[in-house]
Design a protein around this ligand. Structure first.
Ligand code: FES
Ligand SMILES: [Fe+2]
Length: 346
């Protein structure tokens, strides 16, 4: 399965990268080192051009990064600017650079043609600097290809089975399909569940109409809003998007990003928490605990699925109605990847 290269991939929560220590991560099987120069983040190939030691074992020196094997020093442009004990620097002593931006508390790396790196393509997530939301965060490493995690997030019917214990959403996720629409770089899902008791987010005896909506965007970023409304709201707004200011509780936001690190390894980043008007730090911590339980449930299933796929000679699937989301998204990925491969390299 191809992946889109002309896209911003999440490399890390910015809080998890120290400003004076290089940070190593592979994306699409390419080893990267992220580091903080004097006033900005830098992403370089994590491979010294001398004898291929990882630069992530190096030392940040102002606006340069020194390989701590034999001391070659590289600029923010990836050019070697010092070889200890030698005057001349060969032109080939340089490493590849990648566009990198910090946005919504994530560090995003552009893996495609640098000339096409467009910051407006960073998915509109919510960062920890947004005063409206009280978020918690984390990440999980998977021994599975990113596509399988994307497929999981593009079909939440699995919540009725995989997450019966954690999210406790009942069988509605499997029995009723969400509304689905295609976006220019993704797929949007929305769902009203009417006249139901509260949920783990907001426990109450009073019946509510619950709304959830999420966008799943290239290369594998999920942005989801939820809310609970007085019973009758869904019909009153014709099962369209409600006005969130009418919510009586359960207003949360989660962002999740799936980054293919290797061929069959991935890192899954997530945040979740309530809107400030509908919860506090205690609710955030409770939600994060539930999320960690739920994401561990997904990991068990997906890693086991990967093992079965690996043992299968010609793996193929039998698609069901709930596969519409994965099919639409994967078709978009294939289309964009194909456009990239037919485009002459700048
Ligand atoms: S491998 Fe980096 S300086 Fe020798
Ligand atoms: Fe799940």
């Amino acid at each position: 399965m191809a992946y889109v290269r002309n896209a911003w991939y999440v490399a890390s929560w910015v809080q998890d990268v120290s400003s004076d220590k290089p940070y190593a991560l592979s994306i699409l099987d390419e080893p990267l080192v992220l580091w903080r120069a004097e006033d900005r983040w830098i992403a370089l190939e994590d491979r010294c051009s001398h004898r291929l030691a990882p630069l992530s074992l190096g030392r940040v020196e102002g606006d340069s990064l020194r390989c701590m094997y034999h001391g070659l020093r590289f600029s923010t442009e990836g050019k070697c600017v010092e070889i200890p004990g030698q005057e001349t620097i060969p032109a080939q002593a340089r490493v590849k650079t990648y566009p990198i931006v910090e946005k919504h508390s994530w560090l995003w790396v552009w893996m495609g043609d640098p000339a096409l790196a467009d910051v407006s393509l960073v998915p509109p997530a919510v960062g920890f600097d947004d005063p409206d939301w009280i978020l918690g965060r984390g990440f999980l490493d998977y021994q599975a290809e990113a596509r399988l995690i994307n497929d999981n997030l593009l079909d939440l019917s699995h919540a009725s089975y995989v997450h019966a214990n954690s999210f406790q959403g009942g069988d509605v996720y499997a029995l009723e399909r969400p509304q689905l629409e295609t976006l220019s770089r993704g797929v949007r899902f929305s769902r009203w569940t009417t006249d139901v008791p509260g949920s783990i987010i907001r426990q109450s005896d009073e019946k509510v109409d619950a709304y959830m909506r999420y966008d799943f965007l290239i290369p594998g970023v999920l942005l989801m809003w939820t809310g609970q409304f007085p019973a009758g709201t869904a019909a009153a707004c014709n099962f369209e998007k409600p006005d969130y200011s009418m919510a009586i509780g359960g207003v949360t936001f989660t962002s999740q990003a799936v980054t293919p690190t290797g061929d069959k390894t991935s890192r899954y980043f997530f945040s979740w928490g309530p809107h400030r008007n509908h919860g506090d730090e205690a609710l955030r911590d409770f939600l994060l605990g539930v999320a960690q339980q739920a994401f561990a449930e997904d990991k068990v299933m997906i890693e086991a699925q990967q093992q079965v796929i690996d043992r299968t000679a010609s793996p193929s699937i039998v698609a069901i109605a709930h596969d519409r989301g994965p099919i639409l998204f994967n078709r978009l990925v294939e289309q964009l990847a194909q456009d990239e491969s037919s485009r002459p390299i700048a």
